[in-house]
Design a protein around this ligand. Structure first.
Ligand code: SAM
Length: 263
């Protein structure tokens, strides 16, 4: 699913850049030492960390070679930010290697999130923060809700594919995972951003790129079905015209916790 970095940027990566500063502020990371970006994708969080923490060194890991190469090619901080392939469920770093670890819009995609969280906790120093954000796919993420509500309205087969079923996307789920993973002082809160699209075309065309479950669903439809879905979505997000700007709110749930000083 995570192979075409340019298409990902067009579909969702551009919104990651708006969420990243919220997660960094919420995590309250130190401006020093080594910071880990878990599931660094095309680099939004790693670059935000480097911008806001000019004395810190950032390491981004992601299983997608294509995303890692893309992030390397766009890296404005080659002295302080490095990317490499890796899986959060099995990190190659020594215990207590990082002063803090953050993860943006990733944990819902990891097959065994508790295993990943324990690994992230292991490589983070005692007393260091571990944080993450996940889109509220079930409710507060209007861009995807308009899409899936339209798809389900037209075809009942879309119901089981609807991203509202994503794990860890509801209030209390991330903080539950963080407590289960042995983090202390766990706090969860929502962050809301505004996605501003130039027009309905700017909004809709990103769904035609085969990105994420929504893009994959569009690819499975006939031409007529895509046309009907487009009309239904448009009636929900931009009923009066195609060329007017659209603003849609999008919520993430963010969690932070502290690695215990004594395990
Ligand atoms: C929605 S993207 C988010 C990327 C980036 N953090 C951002 O905010 O734009 C999800 C990312 O999770 C990564 N991912 C999936 N499984 C993973 C795993 N087991 N460990 C680490 N990252 C993983 C994917 O390769 C992809 O880059």
């Amino acid at each position: 699913m995570f192979a075409d970095a340019n298409a990902y940027e067009r579909f969702m990566g551009r919104w990651s850049r708006l969420v990243a500063p919220r997660l960094v502020d919420f995590t309250d990371v130190p401006d020093l030492g080594r910071l880990l970006d878990v599931g660094s994708g095309t680099g939004a969080l790693a670059f935000t960390l480097a911008e806001r923490k000019p004395r810190a060194h950032v390491r981004g890991i992601d299983p997608s070679k294509e995303y890692v190469e893309y992030a390397k090619s766009k890296n404005p901080f080659p002295d302080r930010v490095r990317f490499e392939t890796g899986d959060a469920q099995q990190l190659r770093f020594a215990d207590a290697s990082f002063h803090a670890s953050l993860s943006l819009l990733v944990f819902n995609f990891i097959p065994d999130p508790i295993k990943a969280l324990r690994e992230v906790r292991r490589v983070t120093k005692p007393g260091g923060r571990v944080s993450a954000s996940v889109w509220d796919y079930a409710d507060g993420m209007k861009m995807l809700r308009a899409f899936w509500d339209s798809a389900v309205h037209l075809h009942s087969k879309a119901e089981k594919l609807d991203e509202r079923h994503m794990p860890l996307c509801r209030a209390g789920e991330l903080s539950g995972l963080w407590r289960q993973g042995g983090l202390e002082n766990v706090q969860e809160q929502p962050h809301v951003i505004t996605m501003r699209f130039e027009s309905f075309v700017d909004y809709w065309d990103a769904f035609l790129l085969g990105q994420g479950p929504a893009g994959v669903y569009v690819k499975s439809l006939s031409r007529d079905q895509v046309h009907a879905l487009r009309g239904e979505v448009k009636s929900r997000v931009s009923p009066s015209a195609e060329n007017l700007p659209i603003a849609l709110s999008a919520r993430v749930w963010s969690v932070r916790g502290t690695v215990p000083r004594r395990l």
